[in-house]
Design a protein around this ligand. Sequence first.
Ligand code: HEC
Ligand code: HEC
Length: 334
Amino acid sequence: MSAKIVRAITRMSVAAGIVLAASCAQEEAPVQQDPNVESAPAQQEPAARQPAEAASTAQQESDQDLLARGDYLMNGIVGCGNCHSPRNVETGEFIEGMELAGAFVIEEPGFTAYAPNITPDEATGIGSWSDEDIERAVRQGIRPDGSVMGPPMAYPFYRDISDRDMRAIIAYLRSVPAVSNEVPASTYNIPLPPNWGPPVEGPVPEPSRDDQIEYGRYLTHTLGHCTDCHTPLVEGRHDFSRIGAGGNLFPMPFGYPWSALAANITQHPELGIGQWTDEEIKRAITQGISRDGRELLPFMGFSFYENITAEDLDAIVAYVKTLPPATAAPPQEH
Ligand code: HEC
Ligand code: HEC
């Protein structure tokens, strides 16, 4: 079954593939932490932790809120299923009953990466993993046995997921049906980095929603890793001095018979989205329609992003509009 779903991708561009591989084998520039976030609680989400004296019913409600938050994130801006849920590449539809059961494969000379089954199935999924195991895998790319995971999962972006959102994502992962689906192990012939950054220590606070741009950055950069796909790679490293300038080529993602070139989403007036209205930007994100009406290739997770709330979408657009005009020159012939 998985062989059918998890299609091998024939490489279209050797060079682009190497860049994609290498892009992940690097340390990301440290992300600045807003000093204000620690003291600022989320405004809309109820607190995840109840006081010790809280009645058990209150605790249950809290768990429900946490799961609701996880559902919102996982079927929205975070969209792990864009890689981890198998889809029919003929129709583009996700396969029913297979949510998060493993899918994405990218085959390169440097590696063959499969997005594993992350449903609670004990034998073929992550049912036996502890919360800490899952958290370490997502934020730091470290398996329970201590080995380092490979690309292309966005570990250096996910490391700043707040503790509460991390718990919400884990709550959601535990709630989906266990699916038995054996996914082959990834193989990496390229050297993997010794780690994806320093250990995540201490609490990772909720971002403040008072500062719309900082909150938008959390959504866009950390949770959505939009800037992972959309920032040019130079010798395998994100060039954040040109954040959002696009130009990365993704050869035949998910087994689709085409390659996707990441668009320039900076404020560049011609090459980027500097002249787009907010509504046009939102339509591109949530419906996959470009300014001129062209349907965008279904590579970024429109079907997830369509569930983003108006408030969050406003913050994403506010943040995206701070990306200074830049170009991804030279165009991606790596
Ligand atoms: C760009 C595609 C992609 C996205 C997006 C992605 N992953 Fe992954 N994930 C992978 C790949 C590929 C691996 C396997 C890496 C390896 O084998 O070294 C992986 C591995 C994992 C593992 C380890 C599972 C195992 O059995 O080893 C977990 C847990 C996981 N991902 C959870 C998540 C969660 C949660 C999210 C969303 C926050 C997410 N992933 C987003 C591609 C992705
Ligand atoms: C998995 C990689 C990936 C991720 C993650 C991603 N994008 Fe994209 N995005 C692309 C690609 C590739 C295109 C171009 C598709 C095409 O040309 O058909 C694109 C197109 C766009 C466009 C349309 C630009 C134009 O000129 O038509 C906008 C706007 C955009 N992305 C914003 C975002 C935002 C905001 C996020 C996060 C919420 C995001 N993207 C996440 C890969 C990605």
